[in-house]
Design a binder for this molecule. Structure first.
Ligand SMILES: [Cu+2]
Length: 141
């Protein structure tokens, strides 16, 4: 039983591709960050993002409805077994980096800790850029 449980709780393997964050025009501003999460393990969920670079980071989904555009905070983001979660420029999803501290400027690398429901946390270094859409495309995604 304990052996089965150990296997059931074994951390999956999630890797991050093309992590980018928009340069903050000024400290205190909110900016978006993007990343593709690739999961070689069982179904998982991104549940938290931590960074010394900001007050807080939320998972946002943009909704375009009849009343206009709104942003909703998602408590978690599904990452399918053997699949990807694509938080990419131009998609409804972004990581909302709120109340940035000084240093989120072009060329800087920003370390964030991504926490998952099952997999072990990973530290991802986000590249700070002025134009996230161009940087994403240039990264070959
Ligand atoms: Cu947002």
């Amino acid at each position: 039983m304990s052996l089965l449980l150990a296997f059931a709780l074994q951390a999956g393997a999630i890797t991050a591709e093309s992590p980018i964050i928009r340069a903050a025009p000024a400290p205190g501003d909110d900016v978006a960050a993007y990343v593709r999460l690739r999961n070689s393990g069982p179904a998982d969920r991104l549940v938290a993002i931590e960074c010394a670079c900001a007050e807080t980071i939320e998972i946002h989904r943009v909704n375009r409805g009849p009343d206009g555009v709104s942003m909703d905070t998602e408590p978690a983001l599904d990452i399918p077994a053997g699949g990807i979660a694509d938080i990419r420029p131009g998609s409804p999803l972004h990581l909302m980096v709120k109340a940035t501290r000084p240093g989120v400027s072009a060329g800087a690398e920003i370390a964030m800790t991504l926490r998952f429901e099952r997999a072990a946390p990973i530290v991802v270094r986000f590249r700070t850029v002025e134009d996230t859409r161009a940087a994403w495309t240039a990264s070959g995604q």
